[in-house]
Ligand binder design. Structure first.
Ligand code: SF4
Length: 269
């Protein structure tokens, strides 16, 4: 299959797919941009809106007391508007949640609710808007690409690099190769993400490179949480969601997935 065909072949995910409205993920990106603009009219300032949606997650008595009535109204409006606009991308979340075993329910990523997916989608859009310039100004920039983006047909020849695995470009159509070529063009070091202890890795990199920026390409929950981790450690982060979640963590067996290469270039320019 050619790369062009692969990029625009809709694939289902375990819980979500950004191909809901057609043969590419363009509609999703239009929708999330439009939604962020609508919410910013009601709650001006990207950082303020980001703080508000993070508040929406906290269910403690204290956080409820710290939320004003006006914020509660905005949150209700946002939740409902997000549900109406984004449910087409997250139709399989309910079935997935029902199918989880008791052991799987211990995994906080696997138990992500549909509402939380929608809030993460908005969060990723806002974080990209807030930190894009700071990321671009960083002296050292690295990117972590989900391993399920590789071409599954050949035996992957990626090799251990200085921080994570590095693509060896063994096949033309591989999305990791295509993404890596693009990232390198913009001075970003691309890696395939395999390390489980990302906090340890990010702390080390921050120490080694005080002026640092991170870019992630991962499934929605992992990307949103990875971006939060970077920001908590003082690393400006940007990222792009996978078009669908299809790795072995989500499915019984790993399946190839994709991301929107054009949107990656937009983020870098
Ligand atoms: S192009 Fe890179 S990531 Fe893709 S299969 Fe080859 S070595 Fe692995």
């Amino acid at each position: 299959m050619s790369n062009q065909a692969k990029l625009y072949t809709p694939v289902p995910g375990k819980t979500y797919s950004l191909f809901a409205e057609g043969d590419d993920s363009e509609h999703y990106y239009d929708a999330i941009k439009r939604l962020a603009d609508v919410f910013l009219q009601r709650c001006p300032g990207e950082k303020k809106l980001l703080n508000l949606i993070r508040k929406a997650e906290k269910k403690t008595f204290l956080s409820r007391r710290q939320t004003t009535e006006a914020e509660r109204q905005t949150l209700r409006f946002m939740r409902e508007t997000l549900r109406q606009s984004l449910s087409i991308y997250t139709r399989k979340v309910a079935n997935h949640l029902q199918s989880l075993s008791p052991a799987q329910r211990m995994d906080s990523t696997l138990i992500t609710t549909e509402e939380q997916y929608h809030l993460y989608m908005l969060e990723i859009e806002l974080v990209n808007r807030i930190y894009r310039e700071e990321f671009q100004r960083a002296a050292y920039k690295f990117a972590l690409l989900a391993h399920c983006l590789r071409d599954f047909r050949p035996e992957c020849r990626a090799e251990k690099g200085d921080i994570e695995e590095v693509c060896q470009g063994c096949t033309e159509d591989c999305l990791i190769r295509l993404g890596s070529v693009l990232l390198e063009k913009y001075g970003i070091k691309p890696y395939i993400s395999v390390e489980r202890d990302q906090e340890k890795l990010f702390r080390r990199l921050k120490q080694e490179h005080p002026s640092i920026g991170a870019l992630g390409i991962a499934c929605i929950p992992e990307l949103a949480l990875g971006m939060r981790l970077c920001l908590r450690l003082g690393i400006p982060a940007v990222g792009l969601p996978l078009n669908a979640n299809r790795c072995a963590r989500w499915m019984a067996q790993a399946h190839e997935t994709s991301f929107n290469l054009e949107k990656l270039e937009e983020l870098l320019t």
